[in-house]
Ligand binder design. Structure first.
Ligand SMILES: Cc1cc2nc3c(=O)[nH]c(=O)nc-3n(C[C@H](O)[C@H](O)[C@H](O)COP(=O)(O)OP(=O)(O)OC[C@H]3O[C@@H](n4cnc5c(N)ncnc54)[C@H](O)[C@@H]3O)c2cc1C
Length: 397
């Protein structure tokens, strides 16, 4: 049998690199086309629920990641103004025992570095940087991807893993464009020595009207990553815009000093405007499909966008292996298996945002529920999310 043509992957973020690794495990070659001049991620942290960690374990990356990740004991939800805990949901050993994989927090730079190093070491993966996908053309049995600079890459099919502003999505379903939601996410990393009460081995979630803050340890506990998500009409499209400190301090004004003071000392914040996109009517067109944020961008209130990109990667690699020589069929099977779950996570992320930012009287009801219901019951409500396994998945599960 001749080797099948490589799969072209537009975008070398979490989803694109994980897909290349998952394909290599099934024996399929790929070419990753990344617009930036290196594979890396600036920025702060990322939470990886057990459903994502299980994928990283399958890709053989757990050992390489172990020294970079933190294993938080709990998710502590605080009333923003008083700082008092409203609920403590178990993570740590509890969630690892429940779902057979741990809950990790990690610096994005560390996660990307390990994905990129594993991909670079894999002979079935070709990594091409400074390749901004500009157009696609079918030439007989081949698909040709052309860069903005006129370079060409040829493969048997193409996967758009090119994120929120996906150019591949524009080819698959041109009418669907992300919309601003009227909120921003600003992120920073502070040394643990300056973090005061935030220096706990836990994920902290602080709630206030129109603003919520999330923080957790990264870099082996030596730094604390924090994100402030606030209702705001700023409309930038970049991911690396410097946030003005006065605006940030204004967002933190309603919060208890034990949160606001260490965060106000952070030397630098970067922010971006949050966007939403309703579930797409389709992810695939012939031998082209989408994964990750290109297929189902979501608000960050469930901390699952990157994790779903990891799930997509292994499901798509398995579908391609199960349908040799028929990428279009594999893509159809893949999206049929994934669309309901992705839409559910998108919806629940949006709903969580509304609950986090609620005003009285809804916020009083929220707080009463958080105080009354045991933390392990609250966490058990996410079994559908964290308990996902590639080998036992059901449609929409
Ligand atoms: C505030 C915030 C907090 C978050 N926290 C979490 C969390 O805790 N856990 C979690 O799982 N998720 C989280 N997410 C979501 C997560 O960051 C994304 O879902 C994830 O990065 C998506 O990965 P991706 O590979 O699909 O896309 P991306 O990471 O966006 O990667 C896309 C890649 O494609 C490249 N690219 C784009 N266009 C082109 C082109 N034309 N040609 C070539 N290359 C191109 C880009 O340079 C980039 O490298 C958060 C998001 C936000 C905003």
């Amino acid at each position: 049998m001749p080797e099948p043509a490589p799969i072209l992957i537009a975008g070398g973020g979490i989803g694109g690199l994980a897909l290349a690794l998952a394909l290599a495990q099934t024996g399929r070659a790929s070419i990753v086309l990344e617009q930036r001049d290196s594979f890396g991620a600036a920025g702060a942290g990322i939470q990886l629920g057990p459903n994502g960690v299980r994928v990283l374990q399958r890709l053989g990356l757990a050992e390489a990641l172990r020294s970079a990740v933190g294993v938080p004991d709990a998710l502590a939800v605080h009333d923003g103004r008083s700082g008092r805990a409203l609920a403590v949901l178990p993570l740590g050993r509890w969630i690892a025992a429940r779902h057979g994989a741990p809950y990790w927090v990690v610096h994005r730079g560390d996660l990307h570095a390990i994905l990129a190093a594993a991909a670079a070491a894999q002979p079935r993966i070709t990594l091409r940087t400074s390749f901004t996908l500009a157009s696609l053309a079918q030439k007989g049995e081949d698909l040709q991807a052309r860069s903005a600079a006129g370079e060409v890459a040829t493969g048997g099919a193409l996967v758009g893993a090119d994120g929120l502003w996906s150019s591949v999505r524009r080819a698959v379903t041109p009418a669907h464009v992300p919309e601003l939601v009227g909120a921003t996410a600003a992120r920073t990393v502070i040394p643990v020595a300056a973090a005061g009460r935030l220096a706990l081995p836990a994920v902290g979630l602080w709630l206030s009207r129109g603003v919520n803050v999330v923080h957790y340890p990264v870099r082996g506990g030596s730094e604390i990553a924090a994100v402030v998500i606030a209702t705001e009409t700023w409309q930038g499209t970049g991911w690396e815009t410097k946030a003005d400190k006065e605006g940030l301090i204004a967002h933190l004004r309603g919060f208890h000093a034990s949160l606001a003071e260490p965060l106000a000392m952070a030397p630098e914040w970067r922010k971006w405007a949050l966007h939403r996109l309703a579930p797409l009517p389709r992810w695939s067109a012939g031998r082209v499909t989408l994964i990750g944020d290109a297929a189902h961008p979501m608000l960050p209130h469930l901390a699952q966008g990157g994790v779903l990109a990891l799930e997509d990667a292994v499901v798509l690699a398995d579908a391609l292996a199960a349908h040799p020589g028929n990428e279009a069929q594999a893509f159809y099977v893949f999206e049929t298996q994934r669309r309901r779950r992705a839409a559910r996570v998108q919806t629940m992320s949006r709903l969580n945002g509304r609950i986090y930012h609620a005003r009285p009287p809804l916020s009083w009801a929220r707080d009463a529920v958080l105080r009354a219901v045991p933390g392990n019951w609250l966490m058990a409500g996410y079994d559908w999310l964290y308990g996902w396994r590639a080998d036992t998945r059901k449609m929409g599960a």
